[in-house]
Design a protein around this ligand. Sequence first.
Ligand SMILES: C[S@@+](CC[C@H](N)C(=O)[O-])C[C@H]1O[C@@H](n2cnc3c(N)ncnc32)[C@H](O)[C@@H]1O
Length: 631
Amino acid sequence: MGRKANNKQGAPPTFEEFNAVKERKDQKKRQRESKVTTSKVQSKKQKSNDKSQPKTKKGKKSKTEEDVTEIPADIPHVDYEELSAARKSLFDDDSDEEDGKLETLEDLDDEVDLDDEFDEDDQDIHEKPMFSDDEDLSDEEIEKVNAANIEEYSKQLDLERQQEELEAEEELLGVNQTQPRAAILPPQGEADPASQTKDGAKDITFIRTRMLEIVKVLENFKELAEEGRSRSEHVDQLINDICDYFGYTPFLAEKLFNLFSPSEAIEFFEANEIHRPVTIRTNTLLTTRRNLAQALVNRGVNLQPIGPWTKVGLQIFDSQVPIGATPEYLSGQYILQAASSFLPVMALDPQENERILDMAAAPGGKTTYISAMMKNTGCVFANDANKARTKSLIANIHRLNCTNTIVCNYDAREFPKIIGGFDRILLDAPCSGTGVIGKDQSVKTNRSPKDFIEIPHLQKQLLLSAIDSVDHASPNGGIIVYSTCSVMVEENEAVIDYALRKRPNVKLVESGLTIGKDGFTSFRGKNFDSSVKLSKRFYPHVYNVDGFFVAKFKKLGPSPFDISKAGAFEKEKMAREEALKEGLIADDFAKFDAEEDKNIMKESIKHSLEKKGIDPRKVNIDEKLSKLDEE
Ligand SMILES: C[S@@+](CC[C@H](N)C(=O)[O-])C[C@H]1O[C@@H](n2cnc3c(N)ncnc32)[C@H](O)[C@@H]1O
């Protein structure tokens, strides 16, 4: 019978179930150890009392006793053998007991065969109570033992049952298998059995099982690999299966796979199949989290704080009202915002009365948080290159009552030519979105190798601009925070490492974030500056937040461009020259869409005419527009 047929026994476990099996296996091991040690205690006790050995096996010592070397003090003493014997005595002695009691015990007996504790071929033990010939154990003592141990006994029964279930699952998964496995990979040159269903479709159940099995092999390759099959063959098959099962292009599946160990990669891919929890941020300009929570609970919203790391976030479990249309929402008391989006603003740590630039701000989730942290003092420049997106940015700024904010619409590579000298800058850069696949499944198929050249190129240019636009002499500031919702090294560590090399007047500093994994200091043969480990990575499968990256810089001295007052175009030219030298594509990533811009301008003219009480249909808008262009 082939593998596939074997696997048709039932749906394979999910990865969580697989982990649960592993966990239960550990638990079982611990329990066995506990049992072993208690058995030893009993053995010692009996020896010291000069009593006969328990009749677990005629003429043989219990195997478990030989294995024990230590008796941990914290293990409760439960004598299962004595207990078992007592129970047997109880059955024998209490045959006239009330039906109910007997039924209960017999039910337990049905579930777990206590004789499993002893040697199977020891018929005598099966036939009579263990201690039936033990003169010292009176009925009273039996009852005492039973009463004292019944709780432990019941726990033991549960464990035994779990153990049976576990063994059944293990059998299915081959968890205990240490021998080289049966063939997991399709035989060389033969068709993949995964595509051999009757209708020719891929057998997803089979693919899932194979993925888990390959992961196990890769994590213990020496022992488990099939002879004659290389590691890379296993990896290739696993990546194929990831593509088939989760729907990624091979290119992206491999890139993401390379970020993790095989089992963690599967956890990551699994996590991308589900949405992150719905979370909101309290707008502390208008309310407190306590008052907001109370108001929403009164409307039938089921919520709780996100976690100890944020004092403004709430997680919504369910709601009887649309969470984006409550009076509290409409009056700006909160914003729907992914928990991961709080992190760069927390790292930025805006202070009252500062001048802050949010370089890529639309739709304004972070801008409005910055504004709230500054208590509406100082000034926040909220910039975005995409004019259409500035609409939602403005709407959010208004709704959340942020009165210290100026919206602008530049290609942020133009800074600091437009305006510089900021105390702090947030660059929440445009990115590939590989951290938010749970939200946008299209990322699985629409990212190409070109993206991972062009996007980092733009990110590098933007980051250099951010560095050059900050005032190194700012009393408490001189801070730049770089963030992306990508997990790719090219868009994260490689970008900040590039900035460190190009701008020796900045250094990376602690982000102040209490969660997150350290940034990579090396990756697939590339070494980054050792300080890159101060950056933080966030993963959906670890923190149940979107995949995210945050790095915090402190500017220590002026940039060469600060002094030369070079404009964006000179800087751009230099950056392009650098990029060309490094073999990067120098095409523009963020192209200006003139047609889109024209439409937005027309709409804006119509609105302003309406505001003035003029019917826009009676005005030649195209003419007005071309006049504006001339100006
Ligand atoms: C990740 S989103 C920003 C999200 C925003 N910070 C928030 O929290 O709501 C990236 C933004 O960068 C903008 N962008 C792309 N290229 C840009 C450029 N050259 N200069 C400024 N903004 C740019 C995009 O229009 C997009 O709105």
